[in-house]
Every structure is written in structure tokens, then in C-alpha cells.
Design a protein around this ligand. Sequence first.
Ligand SMILES: NC(=O)c1ccc[n+]([C@@H]2O[C@H](COP(=O)([O-])OP(=O)(O)OC[C@H]3O[C@@H](n4cnc5c(N)ncnc54)[C@H](O)[C@@H]3O)[C@@H](O)[C@H]2O)c1
Length: 384
Amino acid sequence: MAVNILDQFKENQEVKTIDTTKKLKVGIIGTGWIADAHILEYKKMPDVEIVAGADLTFGKAEAFFKKWEVEGVRCYPDHKSMLDTEDLDAVSICTYNTTHAQCAVYALEKGVNVLLEKPMCVTIEEAAEICRAEKKSGKIISVGFQPRLDPNMQMIKKIVESGELGKVYYIQTGGGRRRGIPTPFGTTFIEKETGGIGALGDIGCYSLDMVLNAVGYPKPLTVSGYKSAFFGTRPEYYPTHPEYAAKFGVDDFAAAFIRLEGDIILDFRIAWAMNMDTPGDTIILGTKGGLRIPSTECWNGSVGGPMKIYHEVAGEQVETEIPIIQPGEEGLFYDKIRSFLDAVKENGTAPVPTSQIIYNQAILDGIVKSAAKGREIEIQIPEI
Ligand SMILES: NC(=O)c1ccc[n+]([C@@H]2O[C@H](COP(=O)([O-])OP(=O)(O)OC[C@H]3O[C@@H](n4cnc5c(N)ncnc54)[C@H](O)[C@@H]3O)[C@@H](O)[C@H]2O)c1
């Protein structure tokens, strides 16, 4: 009884029941590392039937569904043969970065809703093709930024939207690791042919999403970008796999100075490897207050510790600490997949829409292009 009484004071008591009268037929394209996280959550959904899967590597899709004990799944050697044959409601695209665009465009052309892993793709031209295909299809595509569903990350946006910071004019963000080039599952992240971009696309896109989402995704106007690869190209970086060095074809560090619409400056840096523990906290400066987000692995949905607002109260300079909020029990990946499925079923809008993420991609692409030219460039967003 006492428990019930106390429960009245809990926020968000509403438990959404899942309508199981219609089952969604789902396919998975690319059955590598991250596909594990997708199938784990799909298996928990009572309104999902996993009916098809595809992978370029012979036998990989079959072994994947066997490992996850999902029976009766039809397996295909690539995304096209799967989408040509199956009648699907939705697909998860879990391929490496350089095939995101071709898989997403083909799925949309076949009238299938798409949950696309991050980064959206590699270039701004590919991002524009995806947006055009989405517009033409009338289906939705949501990009897989699960940290957005973390309540602490959502608090950053709430603080900005509350007006507590006043007009935001400067943002510093980014992050990185001292040594953390992701090769435990092979070389698809570090090869140009598969990764396309390196730290930029793997973790940089998350740092950008954290702050751009908070300030309403303003359009990027110009960028002066830099990128380097001083670590990934050294054989001694990989004691057990020195041959990986010759395969390394992407960035392991990048930095940029970006001008955003609305007179906002964005100062950004990201590292897979560097001779430093952290490249600094994320800070958002506004005319009334400033927000410090402790240096964070934001790609895991972490704010790295309590955030602080620096502001004035009755003429005094004070700091307000924002307590850490405990995330929900299901986990961010469950929430990412559930929010996508709900949007599909309700003919709703994508939880993480391409109309925003095209700006994220434009910045990544702008950094690559500016770095190649060695100077600031204007960011061109193609017509959709
Ligand atoms: N959201 C997250 O937390 C998170 C974490 C890790 C990776 N990712 C993203 O997920 C994606 C995949 O990463 P991964 O580590 O699983 O890569 P991976 O290399 O382990 O797996 C990718 C698989 O896709 C297959 N593939 C490529 N093109 C294909 C096509 N046209 N048709 C069918 N199969 C195809 C490859 O054969 C490979 O098996 C990357 O874009 C990465 O950025 C997201």
C-alpha cells in the first residue's frame, strides 16, 4: 500500500501499451557488430517480426540469426536482393558508412521505412540523395543517434529552450580518447572504402548532435576545418595487428571553426587518439548564462558528471548544479528502436529527422573539404 501511495509522485507514470494487432515486418541490412544491438531490441518488441536479413559476406547473415536464435529469417547476399524480394515495413541499416546512402535510398524507393545507423552517410551529396528519396517515398528515415533519448542530454536542450542562458553565441564541443581507434572488430572503421571518414563520422557526429539539437539545429554557413592521421598510420599503434597501419585511410583527429545561422560560433574538435586525456568540456555561452557539460563520452549518452549553469542572481555571480537524472530502465537502444517503430505505426515523424541531420553531415563534409583546401569554405546545402 505504502508503495502505491508513493508511486503517485513519480513522473511519467504513463506506461505505453504496444498494440500487437499489426506486426511490423522488419529486415536487417548488415549483420556486423552494431546489428547485435538492433536484433537484441527487436526481439523484445511484441509487434515485430524479423523476417529478412542481408550481408555481403557469405554466410554471415545466416550465422547471425542462428546466434540470436531467430528462426525462419530469409537471408540475402546484399541489400538489393533482399529489398527486391521482401515486402517489408521497416529496415535497420547497420552497414559500414560508405554503403549507408545506397542502402537507404534503395529501401525508400521500395517504400520501406528506414532506421539508419549514424553517421547519416559520408558526403553531403549522399545526404541530399537520401533526403530526396525520403521526400519522394512518403516513408520515414530516422538516424540512429540514441544519446538523444538520454534524459540528461535532453536537459541540455531544455535549459537552452528555457531561456536561462539568454541568446547563445558561442559553443565549444567535441571529445575524444587518448588511444581509442576502433579496431576490435576488424578494419571497416579505418579503411577509406568502408569507413569513408574516421573519428569525424564515428564520434564527431554525436558531439555535433548534442549541441546542435540543443540550439535548434541552425544551418551551418562556413567552416574552417583541419584533420590528421598521425596515430592510425603507425604500425606500432597496433601491437597485435601492425598491418592495419597500411589500411588506415581516414582521420583520427579533426578540428573546426564553424559559423552557424543566428550568429553562433561552434568550436569543435574530435579525436580517436591524441596525446591528451580530454580536449575539454563542452561549453555553451549565452548572454544571460553559460552551461558547462563536463568532458563526456556523449556517444554513450553520458554528460560526464553534473552540468553547471554560470549565471547572475540579484547581481551576484552564482553557479547552479544540475543533478544527474537516472535514465529509464529499458536503455537508450531500446528507446531508439521503439521510438522509430512507434513513428512507423502512427505515420508520425522520424524521431531523429534527416531535415536536421543533413546539417550535421554538411559540417562533417565541410571539414573534409576545407581541410583539403587548407582554408575556410562556404557550406553549400543542396536543394532537396
Ligand atoms: N549507434 C551506435 O552506438 C553505433 C555503434 C557502433 C557502430 N555504429 C554504426 O553502425 C555502422 C556499422 O558498424 P559495425 O561496427 O557494425 O560495422 P561492421 O563492419 O561490423 O558491419 C557492417 C556489415 O555491413 C555489411 N554490409 C555492407 N554493405 C552492405 C550491403 N550493401 N548489403 C548488405 N550488407 C552490407 C558488411 O558486410 C558488414 O558485415 C557504422 O556506420 C557505425 O558508425 C553505431
